[in-house]
Ligand binder design. Structure first.
Ligand code: HEC
Length: 132
């Protein structure tokens, strides 16, 4: 009978809709579980250093890290790198103290330059020798 056939078809359609709803509920549950599990699975991101924050706030508006790799770069040692940081914070009128300059120099050195940083105790000994 045509009525019965179409009734069956409608029933099948309804069953299909229920299956879809169920599976989307399952997907939602899986997503919620994944979200709940996320913090324990995420690798801890190291907190940015003070030097990084200062640099990212005040300095990268003009130059990317590319600037620090260029040919004939001005920073050729820890001392000259620190001199450049001092120069640029003056140019930007930031009035950083020595600790800030040191922090940003350390950040740039750790991320880009990798110069040997003279130790405080060794500084007097190295004073006679050129650090460049
Ligand atoms: C107004 C734009 C501008 C700002 C702001 C700026 N810089 Fe620069 N910086 C430059 C330019 C242009 C150069 C390359 C030309 C030069 O050395 O005179 C440069 C070069 C440098 C160099 C030397 C790169 C090398 O090895 O040759 C360092 C280090 C540096 N900047 C650090 C900083 C720091 C730290 C700050 C934030 C306090 C800063 N800059 C903010 C434009 C800027």
């Amino acid at each position: 009978m045509p009525g019965l056939t179409s009734g069956k078809a409608a029933g099948a359609g309804r069953a299909y809709a229920v299956a879809v709803n169920l599976s989307s509920t399952r997907i939602l549950c899986a997503a919620l579980l994944a979200a709940a599990a996320w913090p324990s699975q995420a690798r801890p991101v190291p907190a940015p250093t003070r030097g990084q924050l200062l640099y990212e706030t005040h300095c990268i508006e003009c130059h990317t890290t590319q600037m620090h790799w260029r040919e004939g770069r001005k920073a050729r040692s820890w001392t000259s790198l620190k001199a450049q940081v001092l120069r640029w914070q003056q140019a930007a009128n930031l009035a950083w103290d020595d600790a800030d300059v040191e922090e940003v120099t350390r950040h740039l050195n750790a991320t880009v330059y990798h110069f040997v940083q003279p130790q405080r105790s060794a500084r007097t000994r190295l004073a006679g020798a050129s650090a460049d």
